[in-house]
Design a protein around this ligand. Structure first.
Ligand SMILES: Nc1ncnc2c1ncn2[C@@H]1O[C@H](COP(=O)(O)OP(=O)(O)OP(=O)(O)O)[C@@H](O)[C@H]1O
Ligand SMILES: [Mg+2]
Length: 275
């Protein structure tokens, strides 16, 4: 009889510790485009200061999940909690105010506005001028090319520079957490490496958490602390990146280490169970 309360309190203490350390928590999220269900019950969490990566093939639902978190889409079911608040169904602009920024797939900078004007769009929910000026300088330190091009139209920037602008614009909201959708898309390996170095710095300098969607599994697993693998709208595997990199399935299908090309991909598509 005396052991019972002790056991229970230990369990609830650890549950409380988990709750307090998760900055973002999704519970059984389902999202759909009309009748088409794209997310089929996803639960995941990102702790404060962590980089978490979300990997998966084309159409797995990664972008849809990020849109559901950032308030662009409402989930059909499930809850999104951020900084211990239920934020399910809130407007994107309210979430930016709460410290959640989204760097969308394909950058989506405003091509007719200057680089500076694009950056200021990132700060539109703020009125703390001194802090905005400080964050602008910090963004220019990360991406000096943006300072050089500050008065040029964003549409004239290269793809890599537009990606830098999209990340810097998210930083101008002074977020606690940044959702990044395929920052390496269309970039050269060299530029990808540079962008990922800066992503790491952004995380380390100010402890901002990052949820990183990437097609380049190798660089994502080397950058992040924890990873989720998504297929057909579901999480099929989750672990520390260190352990994920050791798994046969990951090496074969995401890191291309077995060099089986098309045959491997076909087998993976038929595969039902994950080790
Ligand atoms: N606007 C839309 N209307 C209808 N269906 C959509 C829409 N956007 C995505 N889908 C479908 O939802 C599913 C998930 O798409 P999503 O874009 O989230 O995948 P993804 O993992 O981001 O893929 P990718 O790696 O190609 O970016 C896919 O089956 C896709 O066809
Ligand atoms: Mg996508």
């Amino acid at each position: 009889m005396t052991e019972m309360p002790t056991t229970m309190s230990a369990t609830s203490a650890s549950a409380a510790a988990n709750t307090s350390s998760a900055l973002l928590r999704l519970t059984n999220i389902e999202s759909a485009y009309g009748p088409v269900k794209a997310i089929r019950g996803v639960s995941l969490e990102v702790k404060k200061g962590q980089i978490v990566t979300l990997l998966g093939s084309n159409g797995a639902g990664k972008t849809t999940l990020l849109k559901t978190i950032s308030g662009i889409m409402d989930p059909v079911r499930g809850t999104v909690e951020f900084a211990k608040q239920d934020i399910t169904g809130l407007e994107a602009s309210d979430l930016v105010k709460k410290g959640l920024s989204h760097v969308p797939e394909g950058r989506e900078v405003f091509p007719m506005l200057t680089v500076y004007e694009n950056l200021m769009m990132g700060a539109y929910t703020r009125n703390d001028r001194d802090a905005i000026a400080r964050d602008l300088e910090q963004s220019y330190r990360y991406f000096p090319i943006l300072k050089e091009r500050e008065n040029q139209a964003a549409g004239l920037l290269s793809g890599g520079q537009q990606q830098m602008l999209a990340i810097a614009r998210a930083l101008l909201a002074d977020p606690q957490m940044i959702l990044m959708d395929e920052p390496s898309l269309g970039l050269s390996p060299k530029l990808t490496k540079e962008i990922f170095q800066i992503i790491r710095m952004i995380n380390q300098d100010s402890g901002r958490s990052i949820l990183l969607v990437e097609q380049n599994a190798s660089i994502a697993l080397q950058t992040a602390d924890f990873g989720y693998i998504m297929e057909n709208g579901r999480i099929v595997m989750q672990d520390t990146c260190e352990r994920l990199m050791q798994k046969d399935d990951i090496q074969e299908f995401y890191l291309g280490m077995k060099q089986e090309g098309v045959r491997a991909e076909r087998r993976w598509k038929k595969k039902k169970t994950w080790r």
